[in-house]
Structures are given as structure tokens and as C-alpha cells.
Design a protein around this ligand. Structure first.
Ligand code: MN
Length: 387
């Protein structure tokens, strides 16, 4: 069975000030053309269809267009909701869409109920695990003080139990939206840290022949059977080095996997350039980036006049301007943002406590208090989005 695995469309999202709807529509056409030309048996979309719980009308219309194209193509499609989607909103009409061959899985309670597709070698069971927010699905999976690992393990136990009851040799594909250990994040994923641990080990998915992951925006291979497709388009400059792709996966009769990367059309290259303004405007080596979307970091000790206007004369698609005047690391003027870069909320809060207490960090109880506070805020945000 041949699958086309994609995720993280984020329909409606823009890239800095550039609207991406046109590029997203182009991607949908590319997806459908690839499915037809490469004779794909099933398309899997592993969450974050939309960028927001309540997406703009144009994004909803584009999704509607995608559904029609996929249904017309006649290739069965399985989709799950991600942490950016409102599972309930996305799930509206799922029963009817299912009759058209588009299987939307947004209900945590349906984790163990597969979509069954078959080829000449027999059945393949597709289990759609929507994004599982621990605070919201704790009761469904009867786990206490749940983190991501606990709820995904419980969901996969249902998958394994269902699979065990099927004919021997039944192959399986699991769709999940999660941060799996070993994956490399970028700047455009929403933080899902809960209980201090966002990442779950790949071993949670043991028993599945192929695990089609969504959430991280870079295409990556964790094991032969566990892969992220990444987003089809870049949504932050941290993705400058990404090659945007989908996975074309062949699932053999014995469940073994071979996978090929299929490139996605990206409207414009990305580049990050750094230096003093005059150097950036003069350096002949930068000529190759003149048509790219640019993030420029200016290192001039004094902020130059009209930097954006001057940069866009040479680089008309400059989208982001960062000032990072050349200083030594112990300079007290070094920016607060730079000191915080790369640290999560919990670490920042713990370091703050250490700082204001003259070097004494929080004890275990205080760390738990901080962690619970962050979890409560995140759960509350999610509840408001889902509601
Ligand atoms: Mn995403």
C-alpha cells in the first residue's frame, strides 16, 4: 500500500507580513497531483490543518476546496486534528465526509477504532490519534496527573488491543500529533510542554507498522517507521535550511516500510543575513539572496537611519529586521530577549527565583508549584480554544 504523508498545513497562516493562502492553494493542487501521478492508495494528514481554532473564512474555503479535490480523486484520506485546530470545529460534518472517503478523526475516544483500507495483500488499519491535550483527556484514558507520554501510551494501548483482535498479518498505520523525543523543533510550533515534559519516546508507538507524525515543522526520520513529514511551507526563519516535503511511503505485504521524499513547491527561498548595513548592501556574495525572503540582523553599533528602506533597495523581500549591535557577552546592555532565548517558561521562572534569592534556587515543592501554574494556564488556553 502506498501512502502520501503530510501534516501542519496551517491554512490561513501568514509568514511575517506575507499572506500564504496562494502558496497553500498551490500546495493542495500539488498534493492532489502527486497522489494521482504516483498512484497513491491513501493520503494521511497528521494534524494542524488550520492555524487557529477559529480560522478565517478564506482558510475554511481552501479546506473545503481541498476536500472536494481529494474526494473527486477518489483516494481515501485520513486526517486528525492538531494542537492548533479546534477538534470540535474541525470534526463538524465528519460523518458525512467519511462517506466521501475523507476520514476525519478528532475524537480521543475513537483512538482504538481504525479506518480500514485494503490492497491485494489484505487490510491496513489506520488509527487516527488526534492531538491529546493531557488536561482534557485525563478522564477519557483514566490516567492520573497525566502528561503526554501517559495519555499517548493509553491511546496506543487501545490501538494495540484492537489490532490484536484482527486477522494475523493486518498492517497498521498510526497518525499522531506530538513531540517525539529526538525530533528537532523550529520557531513556528506552539509549545505543548505539560508537566515539564513535552517529548514522548518513540517506543510509545511500538506495534505500528508506520507512524505518520505531525507537530514538528521540519521533515525528519526518527526510525524507519516513525517519521515527521514537516509543514509543506516555511512559517518561520528558523526553517531557512528546511527542504519542505511529504513522505511517499510504501508499506509492503510484510509491513516493511520504504519511504521517499517528495518536494513541495515553495514560492520563494528563505535567507538569514547578518552584518553591518553597509556590508550587507555591498557584499557581492549576497547577490544570490536578492530574490529571497530575508531576515537581516544588523550588527552596526549604532542603529542606522532608515534601515528597512535601504535594505529593500537591494533585497525587496526583506520581512524581518533584527538589531544585534556587536558587544561583548558580559556587556550589561546585552538584550533581555537574548538572555532568554532557548529557555522554556519553567527554566526562566526557576532562574528568576534563583536570581531574586541571591543564588538559592527553588526546592522540589516550589518547582511543582511553578509547573502546576504553567500547566493550569496552558490547559485554560486550550479549553478556551476548544470550547
Ligand atoms: Mn503545527
Amino acid at each position: 500500500m502506498r501512502l502520501l504523508h503530510t501534516s501542519d498545513w496551517h491554512l490561513g497562516r501568514s509568514f511575517h507580513r506575507v499572506g500564504m493562502l496562494g502558496a497553500q492553494a498551490e500546495f493542495i493542487r500539488h498534493l492532489v497531483a502527486t497522489a494521482r501521478e504516483r498512484e497513491v492508495d491513501a493520503v494521511v494528514v497528521s494534524g494542524d490543518v488550520y492555524d487557529r481554532a477559529v480560522p478565517p473564512l478564506a482558510a475554511v474555503e481552501l479546506f473545503d476546496d481541498a476536500l472536494h479535490r481529494l474526494a473527486r480523486l477518489g483516494v481515501p484520506t485520513v486526517m486528525i486534528s492538531g494542537n492548533h485546530d479546534s477538534a470540535r470545529r474541525l470534526g463538524v460534518g465528519a460523518g458525512l465526509m467519511g462517506r466521501a472517503g475523507i476520514h476525519l478523526r478528532t475524537e480521543p475516544s475513537a483512538c482504538g477504532t481504525p479506518v480500514l483500507l485494503s490492497d491485494s495483500h489484505g487490510e491496513v488499519a489506520f488509527y487516527g490519534l488526534p492531538y491529546l491535550e493531557p488536561a482534557l483527556v485525563r478522564d477519557e484514558f483514566a490516567v492520573e496527573r497525566a502528561g503526554h507520554e501517559a495519555v499517548l501510551t493509553a491511546a496506543m494501548d487501545r490501538v494495540r488491543a484492537d489490532l490484536a483482535g484482527r486477522a494475523p498479518g493486518t498492517r497498521s498505520v498510526v497518525l499522531a500529533h506530538a513531540f517525539v523525543t529526538g525530533g528537532e523543533p523550529s520557531d513556528s510550533e506552539r509549545d505543548i510542554t505539560v508537566g515539564g515534559v513535552a517529548a514522548v519516546p518513540a517506543g510509545v508507538f511500538d506495534g505500528a507498522d508506520y507512524v505518520a507524525l505531525g507537530h514538528l515543522h521540519g521533515c525528519q526520520t526518527l526510525t524507519d517507521r516513525v517519521r515527521y513529514s514537516g509543514s509543506p511551507l516555511p512559517y518561520s526563519f528558523s526553517e531557512t535550511d528546511h527542504r519542505k516535503t511529504m513522505w511517499l511511503v510504501d508499506l509492503a505485504a510484510d509491513g516493511s516500510v520504504t519511504a521517499e521524499r517528495v518536494d513541495c513547491p515553495v514560492p520563494r527561498a528563505l535567507a538569514r543575513i547578518r552584518g553591518a548595513l553597509e556590508d550587507l548592501l555591498a557584499d557581492p556574495a549576497l547577490a544570490r539572496h536578492e530574490e529571497a525572503w530575508i531576515e537581516a540582523t544588523l550588527t552596526d553599533p549604532v542603529r542606522p537611519a532608515d534601515p528597512m528602506a535601504r535594505l529593500t533597495e537591494r533585497f525587496p523581500h526583506t520581512l524581518s529586521l533584527v538589531f544585534d549591535p556587536a558587544r561583548t557577552a558580559d556587556d550589561p546592555g546585552i538584550s533581555y530577549a537574548r538572555r532568554l532565548a532557548g529557555r522554556d517558561d519553567q527554566q526562566i521562572a526557576e532562574d528568576f527565583v534563583t536570581h531574586v534569592r541571591g543564588g538559592t534556587g527553588p526546592d522540589a515543592h516550589e518547582r511543582t508549584v511553578l509547573r502546576d501554574a504553567f500547566d493550569a494556564v496552558r490547559a485554560d488556553e486550550t479549553v478556551r480554544e476548544v470550547a
